[in-house]
Design a binder for this molecule. Structure first.
Ligand SMILES: [Zn+2]
Length: 103
C-alpha cells in the first residue's frame, strides 16, 4: 500500500483517483489510515495542498488565495471542503525518508 501511495505522490494522482484505485483493489485501508501508517513509519506527515479538480494547478504561491481554478474555472471548495487535494514531501523530508532505509 505504501508503494501505491508513493506512486500517488510521484505522479500527482488526485485523492479521488487514488480512492478509486483503492476501491478497485478492494483495499481495507483508506487514504486516511494510509497517511497515519506512513507517519508512524517515518515520523513525517505529507503536506496537503489543494489542487484543481482537473489537476490544472496547485493552489500555492500566486494561486494560494484563489477560490477557483484560473484555467478551467472550476471551484476550489464545495461545502467549505477542498474539491481535491494532493500530498507532497519537501526535499528535506524525502532525504530523511531515503536515508532511513539502509538499502
Ligand atoms: Zn482547473
Amino acid at each position: 500500500m505504501l508503494n501505491l501511495f508513493n506512486i500517488k505522490v510521484k505522479y500527482g494522482l488526485t485523492d479521488n483517483a487514488f480512492n478509486d484505485i483503492l476501491q478497485c483493489i478492494k483495499s481495507l485501508l483508506s487514504l486516511y489510515k494510509l497517511k497515519h501508517k506512513l507517519k508512524s513509519l517515518v515520523g513525517i506527515e505529507p503536506l496537503t495542498i489543494d489542487t484543481c479538480e482537473d489537476s490544472c494547478i496547485a493552489f500555492t504561491e500566486k494561486y494560494a488565495t484563489l477560490m477557483q481554478c484560473p484555467i478551467c474555472k472550476k471551484n476550489r471548495y464545495i461545502s467549505k471542503k477542498p474539491v481535491n487535494s494532493t500530498y507532497f514531501f519537501s526535499i528535506k523530508e524525502r532525504l530523511i525518508i531515503q536515508y532511513k532505509d539502509e538499502k
